[in-house]
Design a protein around this ligand. Structure first.
Ligand SMILES: CC(C)(COP(=O)(O)OP(=O)(O)OC[C@H]1O[C@@H](n2cnc3c(N)ncnc32)[C@H](O)[C@@H]1OP(=O)(O)O)[C@@H](O)C(=O)NCCC(=O)NCCS
Length: 153
């Protein structure tokens, strides 16, 4: 909810994420209640490797010298994917995620990728509303299957 007298849009800066941002980014995910796999694809080592592959689409939003939002944009050469988008609760509904998404989409499009998807848990109404508002359509009936090599990832 927007606070009284608070400007609707937060004046934040979107910039590429760096390996040294790892701990602050994890704090944003934790504050946002996103599940987090420290032993798997969200480990510090995995994050650093991914950063080297996606230096222009792993982005953070900064305000007052602190990271307040994050987005991890990837692609598999066919489609782009939005992963781990989160904004700290106290700065929501001030267009931070909108700015992160616009920058991330531009970076993915610049790689020649024209379709971008996002996997959203069915009960995540905030995220569904955000993606609908951002032009994404839930028009592919799909079930998400996965096979994990280990239980802790
Ligand atoms: C989803 C999330 C990233 C949105 O971040 P945000 O910075 O608040 O989003 P924005 O301010 O850019 O929202 C843009 C528009 O999306 C829609 N929207 C965003 N959050 C919404 C909500 N909770 N309810 C309804 N509409 C919403 C609105 O139309 C909003 O515009 P408005 O504020 O002018 O009405 C944030 O709620 C969050 O971090 N959630 C927890 C983590 C999460 O679930 N991530 C998604 C994983 S797929």
């Amino acid at each position: 909810m927007k606070g009284q007298g608070e400007s609707p849009r937060l004046d934040c800066r979107i910039r590429p994420a760096h390996a040294e941002d790892y701990e602050e980014i994890v704090s944003v995910w934790k504050a946002s209640g996103l599940p987090f796999s420290p032993a798997g694809r969200e480990s510090r080592e995995a994050f650093s490797t991914q950063l080297r592959n996606f230096p222009t689409s792993y982005l953070v939003a900064e305000s007052g010298g602190r990271i307040i939002g994050v987005i991890l944009g990837t692609h598999d050469h066919r489609k782009g994917w939005i992963n781990r988008l989160a904004v700290v609760p106290e700065h929501r509904r001030r267009s931070v995620a909108g700015k992160l998404l616009a920058s991330c989409e531009a970076a993915i499009h610049a790689q020649g990728i024209e379709i971008i998807g996002a996997l959203i848990e069915p009960e995540n109404e905030d995220s569904s509303a955000f993606f609908e508002r951002s032009g994404y359509r839930n028009d592919v009936p799909a079930r998400y299957y996965r096979k994990r090599q280990r239980r802790d990832i």
